[in-house]
Design a protein around this ligand. Structure first.
Ligand code: SF4
Length: 694
């Protein structure tokens, strides 16, 4: 029970959980946070919120929080609390020493999509301007990097095409590989309102999620595909649309590359892509798939929303391109009620990608090999930028195991718990000579760290987040950083300890630099954000009010590009030893690895990850409701409790990954998306057997 004081003042800020980006009024009594009230003028949420944003902020004052910097010479030694100055000069000396011995490219950074745009911009600047390489990557690598590739190739930029309001004009809503009910609850509420008003719903998901059916609505079609076969389903839908003449030829002729379309149409028309042929691969009944394709093509405004069930596959980028193909084929781009909308997982995945956190791209999605782009930053930063793309997260870990990558600055990301194939991550971290963890808590990755720099919570941050609809929202400081420094200040101090001379005194100055160097942000500054509340990029001279809908008159790349999407089965195969397919997801009340939600004690959260298994598969193995089971894959094994449900089909099992004790990523493989290395979290061949418990 919480004793609530009477609020005496309030600060408008933005939720730091999911990519919906809800605005909140943080109400305080003096310096004590009394409650978070959903802000009625917030353009993403219009006064609504979910349980996480409303209640799950207690972690900011949790006893586990580390408030003082710590160092140690090796990971078998105990931590030693030191001053900020000592910690930063220790870290700087280690990193410079490593570079002197092993070369400029032997160090790098991993940033977090939970940080602000300004923090993220500074971290990639640290890599490029101070470390002198492009070894910068982000946790978006493990979630939406295929969106960057797929939408970049087809439309010309990595961004959702619509604002959230647009769903109110949709007639057919197709949700692929996402469960907005749990992952994006406030957007889900707006979507469900539209469904209750009569819009039709198609869900493509191996599991019968809460999104499939709710009070007063039910999906017209639930395509419960076999995990790993998204491409075959999307291509079969295109087959129906093309072979039955349901495409929007006017749109294709005027807005898309006609030659590319003809090549694509020939490809999808092949009988091997028919629903009947695909059924053998996907398990989706051909008649159901045909009906869904017809509905999407002929049912009016068709809007597509997708999530990590699309991207976290060996063909994640291919499915994103397949989805873009479907939207272009049916003319569902460039007006209200339609579009292709990646539901970004974390609060600032969009911003993290926008800010140049990828090893091949500078801010604004511009390739580092382009001299004219490097010149902009070289002039602004007064340094020479390496034209060679850097290492992605998995490449950093591989290089570490091979003895070539020795130093890592890891900000706000617990890679040991969140990245696939835990044993390999641990081996990579253990092989490094300096791991700097900048975080709120001593997380799993910190077990391998030599320097711990305390981080600040969203309540202590000043800056901006960019949500899934490209909306740049202000994050305002509700309370002073308990650890003494804002995260952007820590990055600046580290840069200066390594020889830079940065002189930012407020995050607004960082945003001014972003605007100067990044065309889609050219019209963004804190005064504009104060005046308008928020803006959606691109915001510049051509779009001074921002851009709620993209690709209205033409695609960013000019003509929309159809791309052939050949289905290639994952290398992760079931067989006699591992006959079931494991897929993963999350629940509404927890968030990712649970670092925050598990440390919030003002509400009762579920306290373990469960394994969903179909009663038929359970019976074959002598497993009853609530039994402990051993879950084993080629990568490793863990133990958790079983829950029997027909939400999953026979042959498919499902779990969440919110608790470190479960170690779901001990099970997952190191297969990844062919274009971006996004891990294939959603398909792992497993076996289940009874167990006596952990
Ligand atoms: Fe926060 Fe997302 Fe919930 Fe909104 S929907 S309150 S952004 S977790």
């Amino acid at each position: 029970v919480i004793e609530l004081g009477t609020p005496t003042r309030s600060v408008i800020t933005t939720c730091a959980y999911c990519g919906v980006g809800c605005s909140f009024k943080a109400e305080l009594n003096g310096d004590e946070l009394v409650r978070m009230v959903p802000y009625k003028h917030g353009k993403a949420n219009r006064g609504h919120s979910c349980v996480k944003g409303r209640f799950a902020y207690g972690y900011a004052n949790h006893k586990d929080r580390i408030l003082n910097p710590m160092i140690r010479d090796s990971i078998d030694q105990p931590w030693r609390e030191v001053s900020w100055e000592e910690a930063l000069s220790f870290a700087a000396a280690k990193m410079r020493g490593i570079q002197a011995e092993y070369g400029r490219k032997s160090v790098g950074v991993i940033t977090s999509s939970r940080c602000t745009n300004e923090e993220t911009y500074l971290v990639q600047k640290l890599t490029r301007a101070v470390f002198g390489n492009n070894n910068t990557d982000t946790c978006a690598r493990v979630c939406h990097s295929p969106t960057g590739y797929g939408l970049g190739q087809t439309f010309g930029t990595s961004a959702g095409t619509q604002d959230f309001d647009s769903v109110e004009q949709a007639d057919v809503i197709m949700v692929i590989g996402a469960n907005p009910h749990a992952g994006h609850p406030v957007f889900a509420s707006r979507m469900k309102k539209r469904l209750r008003a009569g819009a039709k719903l198609i869900v493509v998901d191996p599991r019968r999620t809460e999104t499939v059916q709710g009070p007063h609505y039910k999906a017209a079609h639930h395509l419960a595909l076999r995990p790993g076969t998204n491409v075959a389903v999307v291509t079969a839908m295109a087959h129906v649309i093309v072979t039955e003449g349901l495409m929007n030829e006017d749109f294709i002729r005027t807005r898309c590359d006609w030659d590319e379309f003809q090549h694509y149409a020939e490809f999808v028309s092949d009988p091997r892509h028919s629903p009947e042929a695909s059924e053998l691969l996907t398990g989706v009944p051909a008649a159901e798939l045909r009906a869904a394709a017809r509905l999407f093509a002929t049912g009016g405004n068709g809007a597509i929303y997708y999530g990590l069930g699309v991207t976290e596959h060996s063909q994640g980028s291919t499915t994103v391109m397949g989805i873009a193909n479907l939207a272009m084929l049916t003319g569902n781009v460039g007006r209200r009620g339609v579009g292709v909308n990646p539901l970004r997982g974390q609060n600032n995945v969009q911003g993290s990608c926008d800010m140049g956190s990828f090893p091949h791209e500078l801010p604004g999605y511009r390739h580092v090999k382009l001299p004219e782009v490097r010149a902009i930053f070289e002039q602004a930063w007064g340094v020479e930028i390496d034209p060679e793309p850097g290492l992605r997260i998995p490449n950093m870990l591989d290089a570490a195991v091979a003895g070539q990558f020795k130093g890592l600055y890891c900000q706000g990301e617990d890679i040991l718990q969140s990245d696939p194939d835990t044993k390999h991550v641990a081996a990579g971290l253990a092989a490094m000579e300096c791991v700097i963890v900048h975080d709120l808590f001593l997380n799993e990755t910190a077990n391998y760290a030599h320097v711990f720099l305390p981080g600040s919570t969203f309540l202590e941050k000043d800056g901006t987040f960019t949500n899934a609809e490209r909306r740049i929202n202000r994050v305002r400081q509700v309370m002073a950083p308990r650890n003494g420094y804002a995260d952007w200040e820590v990055t600046q101090l580290l840069a200066n300890a390594m020889g830079a001379n940065w002189r930012y005194t407020h995050p607004s100055q960082i945003m001014d630099e972003i605007a100067l160097t990044t065309p889609s942000f050219a019209g963004v500054d804190y005064a504009t954000l104060e005046e308008k509340g928020s803006v959606q990029w691109p915001c510049n001279d051509a779009n001074p009010e921002g851009t709620p809908l993209m690709h209205v008159d033409g695609f960013v790349r000019g003509k929309g590009r159809f791309i052939v999407t050949e289905y290639v089965a994952t290398d992760e195969k079931t067989g006699p030893r591992f006959p079931l397919l494991l897929t993963t997801g999350r629940i509404l009340s927890q968030y990712n690895v649970g670092a925050q939600t598990r440390r919030t004690d003002n509400v009762v959260w579920h306290d373990e990850d469960l394994l969903e298994i179909h009663p038929h598969d359970a019976e074959q193995r002598g497993i009853n409701q609530g039994d402990w089971v051993k879950l084993a894959s080629r990568s490793g094994e863990t133990t958790l409790r079983a829950t029997l449900t027909d939400r999953v089909s026979p042959g498919v099992v499902y779990t969440t990954f919110h608790h470190p004790v479960t170690q779901a990523n001990v099970i997952t493989t190191d297969y990844s998306d062919w274009a971006t290395n996004c891990p294939e979290y959603k398909v792992t061949a497993v076996q289940i057997s009874p167990s006596n418990g952990p």
